[in-house]
Design a protein. Structure first.
Length: 470
């Protein structure tokens, strides 16, 4: 009987202990929510106010509630709706790779822990919002700040608004034209992919606005010239035919401004390799360059205009004389462009001409050998044309200036029973529209005399007939 009662008392003690623990936990929660007849939810922005997060005119977020901390504690009390709204901050930072946000944890003089408590509060928010969402580490930092006027609920032991978000730009855009009293400064920039003329991300609205303002400035000042200096790091690969990748980036920017309506003669370009150029690297964005363009204004002298006009006329004359350029190094199932002196000279002329004539367009017509069906031949021709399209874009020519189409096997240049004929029929013909209208895409100028070779018929392999054993 004694043993039975002892076991029963032990069971009662265990149940009581569990119940007491649950009561303490629940009591702690209820204390934070309803202590002394006051619920945290009942503040609803009247005590503690709203939380305003701004980055100039580029970003603004106002929450109905704020982040709370128990006094002397770094464990945040985050309402669900506040947590969801703060994800807007995360998305904004991740969409701007050269943006940096400093999370400042605040503390009062009466709280224990001082600056360490402030940093712990900032670190708690960094961990909960940014680390869990895989925001690049270099974009987030934490610091502490003393505030004498932080709002407190003394009865419930709660501190309001102990977190601030401070934005900065690691490579801000700056340009000025002192002569015309024009100046622009923006906490963002043109960010390029490593070893590429392409932007890391689509241009944000603030940078699109910068471009439009420069368009207006140049249009209002026809005697002023914008000089674009593109930079590249010596370790980057230059897949373009231009002297260096910096020049190709500057050419890409020039084409963008011309596409917006700038007079081509008002934009000059340069390219410089610089080993001091900052190269960023992160798991999210890989390698990129946040400051690979320089901008300055100068006077557009009459002699410069004459020089540009002479160069433009000579290039146009050479291109019209050629009529069509043929990319003809394609395999039966592979796409390939062989860079040689002739192609380099042509591309240099093409890039200059397209940048100086804003009405000009490029047409890529893909061709193929006969296939099982006409549809299959057309698809092969289309893929070859798209390959050349991508090749031209790598050199800074804008997508809107290039058209692609396919002729399939309907316009052969050579006879299919010769190796040379098969090779020349697998090609892409590049035509230029000088005024924007569609040119004769299937005109077939005579082949170069130097290419009229290797016309021997394709030798068919002799197949030995095997005797069938009976």
């Amino acid at each position: 009987m004694y043993i039975c009662m002892q076991r029963r008392n032990g069971l009662y003690a265990l149940v009581t202990a569990i119940g007491l623990t649950a009561w303490v936990v629940a009591g702690s929660y209820l204390f934070s929510e309803n202590c002394c007849g006051t619920s945290i939810d009942s503040y609803n922005g009247t005590l503690g106010g709203t939380m305003l997060i701004e980055d100039g005119t580029a970003f603004r977020l106002e929450t109905e509630k704020t982040i709370l901390f128990p006094k002397n504690s770094a464990k945040p009390i985050l309402y669900q709706e506040v947590s969801e709204q703060l994800m807007e901050v995360v998305r904004y930072v991740k969409s701007s790779p050269i943006k940096k946000v400093t999370i400042r944890g605040l503390f009062t003089e009466s709280e224990a822990g001082g600056a360490q408590l402030g940093r712990q509060r900032a670190e708690a928010i960094r961990q909960q919002l940014f680390v869990d969402s895989e925001t690049p580490k270099y974009q987030i930092s934490v610091e502490a700040g003393l505030r004498k006027n932080l709002l407190e609920d003394v009865e419930n032991g709660v501190v309001f608004g102990a977190i601030e978000f401070v934005f900065s730009c690691m490579a801000p855009f700056e340009v000025e034209d002192l002569t015309a009293k024009f100046e622009l400064e923006v906490d963002n920039n043109f960010v390029f992919n490593y070893s590429s003329v392409d932007f890391l991300l689509d241009l944000p609205p603030v940078m699109q606005d910068v471009m439009q303002k420069i368009v207006v400035h140049l249009d209002s000042n026809p005697q002023r010239q914008l000089i674009l200096t593109g930079y590249s790091h010596p370790d980057e690969n230059n897949e373009t035919i231009l002297e260096n990748l910096g020049l190709a980036r500057a050419n890409k920017m020039r084409n963008l401004w011309i596409d917006l309506g700038v007079n081509p003669q008002q934009i000059a370009i340069k390219g410089i390799q610089d080993e001091r150029l900052a190269v960023f690297n992160s798991e999210l964005y890989q390698k990129f360059l946040p400051n690979a363009m320089g901008f300055e204004f100068d006077v557009l002298r009459p002699d410069i205009i004459k020089q540009q006009n002479r160069a433009f006329s000579k290039v146009e004359e050479r291109l019209k004389e050629m009529q069509v350029f043929r990319f003809k190094d394609f395999g039966k199932e592979t796409n390939k462009i062989v860079m040689n002196d002739k192609l380099k000279a042509y591309l240099n002329d093409l890039i200059l001409y397209i940048s100086m004539n804003k009405n000009a367009k490029i047409y890529c017509v893909g061709h193929s050998n006969p296939s099982n069906t006409k549809e299959e031949s057309a698809i092969k021709g289309s893929k070859r044309a798209e390959y050349v399209h991508s090749f031209l874009r790598k050199h800074g020519i804008l997508e809107g200036r290039i058209e692609t189409t396919t002729a399939g096997d309907s316009h052969p240049l050579g006879e299919e029973n010769t190796r040379y004929g098969q090779q020349i029929n697998r090609r892409v013909d590049l035509f230029i529209s000088y005024d924007g209208s569609e040119p004769q895409l299937y005109a077939l100028p005579p082949l170069d005399a130097s290419l009229e070779k290797n016309k021997e018929p394709v030798k068919k392999k002799k197949v030995k007939k095997k005797k069938i054993k009976r």
